[in-house]
Design a protein around this ligand. Structure first.
Ligand code: NDP
Length: 250
């Protein structure tokens, strides 16, 4: 099988499984964090689950740039990808106050597979399928996409920072977040993540980028709705004018 055939197969798997992912997550909330329940099989500590599932994104993308060296602005995409994923793989898991909390193995297992597919199609797309020369830096798609990516990154980082500082170390208690965009929506960290990869899709103008943005939306929209429902059930004083993820819409 050629590299191109592998790319087409992986991309097809991602696109075809997307509606099933959305439907499944609207029916059943992914069982980690506040939604952890018994009955999902063996578990691993939270931190190990995060490192395990996110690591392919770091290494598979690097692999493509090593075997297909570039002489172009593709390296900008490599740098922003690695900034996001090195943080998510090697720093974020150790900033969790509850880094030892059990996570069912099904979560890192499925996350690992998805991240292998996703990093492969994006890596192949950036290094083989498309050529981004210096003129791409002036292209409105690159400029607009990068602005959306950076905005999303800032929102995601700031919101995660607020969440991670709500608890003292080793605590598992939940409180209502009231700073930053949490004043208007329950899950600005997810909104930031969706914006990031939507910006990526626009800036790379690729099918692989589009698949990533849509998949992230199919994963995080249902989870934001579940978080929002959970907050309203757990806290009778939860602000009534707060939305799940998009102000005034949902
Ligand atoms: P959550 O918002 O569920 O939780 C983030 C951390 O904050 C957890 O440690 C959580 O604890 C803690 N926390 C959340 N709310 C509260 C609260 N009210 N009081 C106290 N502590 C709280 O995010 P996820 O764990 O689902 O995701 C983490 C990051 O990973 C996000 O930035 C997200 O965007 C990203 N992500 C990206 C995906 C993608 O498809 N690209 C998929 C999934 C996540 P606890 O775990 O105990 O609930």
């Amino acid at each position: 099988m050629t590299e191109y055939n592998v790319y087409v197969t992986f991309l097809a798997i991602i696109f075809i499984s997307m509606p099933f992912e959305l439907f499944f997550l609207l029916k059943k909330t992914a069982p980690y964090g506040r939604h952890t329940k018994p009955g999902w099989g063996p578990t691993v500590p939270n931190w190990l689950g995060w490192v395990w599932m996110e690591a392919p994104s770091v290494f598979v993308m690097l692999y493509f740039f090593v075997i297909h060296p570039q002489q172009s602005v593709a390296y900008i995409f490599l740098v922003i990808w690695e900034i996001h994923y090195c943080y998510r793989t090697f720093i974020f898991p150790f900033r969790l106050r509850d880094y030892y909390k059990p996570m069912p193995i099904i979560i890192p297992f499925s996350g690992f597979i998805y991240n292998c597919l996703n990093a492969s199609v994006n890596g192949y797309s950036l290094t083989v399928l498309y050529t981004y020369d210096a003129s791409w830096l002036h292209d409105p798609r690159f400029i607009i996409g990068m602005i959306i990516f950076v905005l999303g990154y800032a929102i995601n980082q700031h919101s995660d920072y607020i969440l991670l500082n709500l608890r003292p170390k080793h605590s598992e208690d939940y409180t209502i977040p009231n700073r930053g965009l949490f004043r208007w929506i329950s899950c600005p960290n997810y909104l930031g993540e969706i914006l990031e990869w939507s910006g990526w899709a626009i800036a790379t103008w690729s099918l692989a980028g589009l698949a990533f943005a849509l998949w992230t939306t199919c994963t995080l929209l249902p989870r934001a709705l579940s978080h929002h429902r959970w907050y309203k059930e757990k806290f009778p004083n939860y602000p009534k004018n707060r939305y799940a993820i998009i102000y005034k819409i949902m």
